[in-house]
Design a binder for this molecule. Structure first.
Ligand SMILES: Nc1ncnc2c1ncn2[C@@H]1O[C@H](COP(=O)(O)OP(=O)(O)OP(=O)(O)O)[C@@H](O)[C@H]1O
Ligand SMILES: [Mg+2]
Length: 252
């Protein structure tokens, strides 16, 4: 049975898609079987892993297709189900009792095929994110060190608590990943300490030891549709993501 992981934070640009791509590339380079799912109408992850046109997660959510019909093989990021711009209107079709469970139900037939299923979510706390959380075993929350907002993370914690209460009793926040970290900035250090002392305990979770530095190689790899580990192996931020993948694997 696979471990399903949602990467989420309703704030934009905190490194969700980058972290999803790093886990997909890193785990698959280590020989693990992985499936990535782009749950964001912006389709940034679909671009980053060079997903091809075809059946998307939208058709799966509205039960027009099976998950197995939509699975593609990427070059460096394992298997993948592409996103769709139509996801932005999913709220109008995914209504009624049980709609939070749609992804979970639709993934059930392929769950056994993978060790890890990684879901990238949009910067919002709507029905898409709730569907992802309902289908997941673990949550990873990337937070941008220079600009995180406490209120936002507390709100995310409330949503996860509701999911735990109503739709997915077993969900666990695996950790908070500090991204775009700059050790020279007093602000980065201050925010990270604050996260560790006040936010992490509220969400019953930890801050990963690894923090991710800013690195041009990370941005370039995404634009070039390459695995960051293959494209810019010596970039400091990529080295950080390599450590993060190891840390993630080490504490199951
Ligand atoms: N450590 C890093 N160093 C340099 N650039 C980074 C780093 N992490 C992310 N970026 C870049 O910052 C931008 C935002 O990152 P990303 O797309 O991963 O955030 P996101 O949380 O998925 O955003 P959204 O909320 O819009 O989905 C991207 O252009 C990405 O390439
Ligand atoms: Mg994104």
């Amino acid at each position: 049975m696979s471990t399903v992981i949602t990467i989420t934070n309703q704030k934009g640009g905190t490194g969700k898609t980058t972290t999803a791509a790093a886990l997909l590339a890193g785990l698959s380079a280590k020989g693990h079987s992985v499936l990535g799912i782009d749950f964001d109408p912006q389709m940034n992850l679909t671009y980053a892993v060079e997903g091809k046109e075809g059946y998307s997660i939208y058709g799966i959510l509205i039960k027009e297709n099976q998950a197995s019909d939509a699975i593609q093989h990427t070059k460096e990021h394992g298997d993948f189900i592409i996103g769709s711009q139509y996801l932005s209107s999913i709220g109008t079709v995914l209504t009624g009792p049980g709609s939070e469970f749609r992804l979970r139900e639709q993934l059930a037939p392929v769950r056994d095929k993978y060790e890890y299923i990684i879901i990238d979510t949009p910067p919002a706390l709507g029905i898409l994110t709730v569907n992802a959380l309902t289908a997941s075993d673990k949550v990873v929350i990337p937070v941008q060190a220079s600009m995180y907002d406490i209120q936002g993370i507390v709100q995310l914690g409330d949503t996860i608590a509701q999911v735990k209460q109503y739709t997915n009793r077993d969900i666990v926040v695996d950790g908070i990943l500090v991204t775009r970290y700059n050790a020279r900035l007093v602000l980065s250090r201050y925010l990270t300490k604050n996260l560790r002392d006040t936010i992490a305990p509220k969400l019953k979770t930890k801050i990963y030891h690894t923090t991710i530095r800013d690195a041009v190689g990370i941005r370039e790899a995404a634009m070039e549709q390459r695995s960051m580990f293959a494209y810019a192996p010596d970039s400091p931020g990529v080295e950080d993501y390599r450590h993060f993948v190891d840390e993630f694997l080490s504490d199951k």
